[in-house]
Design a protein around this ligand. Structure first.
Ligand code: HEC
Ligand code: HEC
Ligand code: HEC
Ligand code: HEC
Ligand code: HEC
Ligand code: HEC
Length: 417
């Protein structure tokens, strides 16, 4: 190497290759496991940036908590830290209005340590993507543990190394040639100076590259902004481990038994504890959770299973809402389920297979409109309510399928008023 590269070149090369190694090791070795742990256990409530979800955003967490040992203890069992009367713990619970963090006693000390390192040094600020909770596409990329940006940086770094080596070789060859011809050796210019000279000589190319980078950053930013408030795949932990799979799947209980509003009102509604008690007075244990979860129903209903009577105080169950359409949008279940004859699964996915209810559709305007453009208005023939309207539409769009948009389903006023 000595003979080929001069000193600044060698230093440059060393810096570049260590950057390259850093990116590789950073990405594959520890980030993969800790990132997965975080996604599985924490991402529902915490973003790695500033965004507040159920819990505070974890940006800069290393600088505000007492120390790493505190962090480890808190993550493992925050209830214990609270019980000990810890001042900082009391402060953050106060700041979060007493919202509760889950306990992670099932994680090993190594896993907790990995999480501590991970949240203190998150891979890169991905404010928007963490804010929306893992979206389907992202999860796939993450599963493979490959970050496209890191690959790009890696490839660029690699190319720079190659160019550096080639430059060195060319320079040495030139010097050897000069020596043969009795000319003085040419002094090497540092790569930075040469880069500047190159920029000055290639103004157009530089301009194009700069524009390209700017454009990429702008589009990325635009998509990040659009993703704010989109909670696809959101599946919060519920106060009772209610499983749709056990009820709507295995036991084939009709959705409307519990969500009785779907055919007659705007909202589907979440069943009250009395509905649970219709069956659970008699069913006190389940196949997966035994008696623990059903006992919580009794507690909520004030039911004393030993005496078989309602003799205790009631405590309403605080279900966490999964779907949260913006307030300025009008959406009616009746319109879609009863009139539009849409199956629940079209919008909610295969709930019958879910142990925890989750949001599978993005609930964006594009999503609503897309379906209105594609879906034919059902019951064109046998719905007297629409008869005259439908006759007019059928005449206007002779032979074409009458989709929801053709009857005005994409007019702003239908959804916003
Ligand atoms: C159910 C939601 C929930 C989950 C899941 C959760 N947290 Fe929390 N976390 C909270 C809340 C809420 C707080 C604020 C303190 C409080 O009210 O208990 C908090 C506080 C914290 C704090 C202190 C924040 C600060 O600003 O000082 C850290 C660190 C933390 N959580 C890490 C984690 C890690 C790591 C995981 C995953 C292993 C996790 N949390 C999972 C809800 C959650
Ligand atoms: C035995 C009662 C019961 C039955 C049957 C049932 N659900 Fe539910 N459903 C619940 C409860 C309780 C919740 C609230 C807890 C949760 O989100 O898991 C819920 C929540 C939901 C949610 C999420 C609501 C939100 O917060 O945004 C959807 C969507 C849903 N159910 C759809 C269905 C569909 C579709 C079916 C039929 C395939 C069905 N449910 C059958 C009880 C039931
Ligand atoms: C129409 C009857 C019915 C209603 C209503 C009903 N359940 Fe159930 N529930 C069942 C049946 C059946 C089982 C399964 C029992 C078994 O397989 O041993 C069950 C099991 C469970 C389990 C245990 C699951 C497991 O895997 O261990 C929980 C928890 C539960 N129900 C919660 C609820 C809650 C909360 C409500 C009210 C929102 C509710 N149930 C309403 C019939 C019902
Ligand atoms: C055309 C799409 C679509 C169909 C079909 C649909 N839903 Fe929904 N559902 C939504 C949207 C959008 C929300 C969110 C509403 C909100 O946040 O105001 C929602 C919310 C819910 C909720 C949460 C409580 C509420 O009322 O906001 C439940 C439960 C639910 N749906 C159950 C059902 C069931 C059961 C069916 C089938 C009988 C069904 N949905 C069919 C789109 C749909
Ligand atoms: C799975 C397909 C589907 C999705 C997704 C969907 N819709 Fe619809 N929507 C329909 C169908 C079908 C009708 C026609 C019902 C009828 O015959 O009146 C309809 C009708 C409507 C209407 C009445 C239109 C009119 O001209 O009277 C409104 C308002 C509406 N939808 C709002 C929404 C909103 C808001 C969303 C998104 C949150 C949404 N829809 C998502 C299928 C869908
Ligand atoms: C079929 C229903 C539907 C129709 C028709 C519709 N919107 Fe929306 N719109 C939505 C939903 C759902 C949201 C909220 C989801 C989101 O933020 O992407 C929304 C959000 C918006 C927002 C807030 C932007 C944002 O990203 O938060 C604006 C502004 C808006 N709509 C304007 C319009 C205008 C103008 C029209 C007519 C050209 C229109 N909408 C027609 C359903 C509809």
């Amino acid at each position: 190497m000595d003979t080929i590269l001069n000193k600044p070149q060698r230093r440059f090369l060393a810096a570049i290759s260590s950057l390259f190694l850093f990116i590789i090791s950073f990405n594959s070795a520890f980030a993969a496991d800790a990132e997965k742990l975080f996604k599985q256990n924490c991402a529902v409530c915490h973003s790695l940036g500033k965004n507040k979800l159920a819990g505070p955003g974890l940006e800069g967490i290393g600088t505000r908590v007492p120390d790493d040992a505190w962090l480890a203890k808190w993550i493992k069992n925050n209830k214990e830290v609270l019980k000990s009367g810890d001042a900082y713990a009391k402060k953050i619970v106060g700041e979060n209005n007493g919202a509760e963090m889950s306990v992670f006693t099932h994680l090993s000390d190594e896993e907790i340590a990995a999480l501590v390192t991970y949240i203190k040094n998150p891979p890169q600020p991905k404010e928007a993507t963490t804010a929306k909770s893992p979206a389907a596409g992202e999860e796939k990329a993450e599963e493979k543990g490959i970050n496209p940006l890191a690959i790009l940086i890696g490839v660029i770094a690699f190319l720079i190394v190659i160019i550096g080596v080639l430059r060195g070789v060319a320079h040495s060859l030139k010097n050897i040639q000069n020596e043969r011809m009795g000319l003085p050796g040419e002094e090497a210019i540092g790569p930075w100076r040469e880069f500047k000279m190159w920029v000055v000589n290639h103004k157009t190319t530089t301009g194009v590259i700069v524009l390209f980078i700017l454009g990429t950053l702008l589009t990325e930013g635009w998509y990040a902004l659009k993703a704010i408030g989109v909670y696809e795949e959101y599946h919060p932990t519920q106060p009772i481990a209610f499983s749709h799979k056990v009820h709507a799947g295995d036991n084939a209980i009709n959705c409307q038994y519990c969500h009785s509003g779907v055919e007659k009102s705007k909202t589907a509604g979440i069943p009250s504890v009395n509905i649970c008690m219709n069956c659970h007075k008699g069913i006190s244990s389940g196949p997966n959770t035994g008696t623990t979860e059903i006992a919580k129903i009794y507690e909520a209903a004030g039911w004393d299973p030993d005496k078989a009577e309602y003799s205790k105080p009631q405590k309403p169950i605080q279900w966490v809402k999964v779907h949260n359409l913006q307030d300025f949008v009008y959406f009616s279940h009746q319109q879609h389920v009863k009139v539009g004859k849409q199956d629940c699964a079209n919008c909610h996915g295969d709930i019958k297979e879910m142990t925890t209810a989750k949001q599978v559709s993005p609930l964006t305007m594009g999503w609503c409109i897309d379906c209105h453009r594609k879906t034919e208005v059902p019951g064109m023939k046998d719905n007297p309510y629409y008869e005259s309207l439908h006759k007019k539409l059928a005449e206007k769009y002779k032979g074409q399928p009458i989709t929801v948009d053709k009857m005005g389903g994409i007019e702003c006023g239908k959804c916003h008023y």
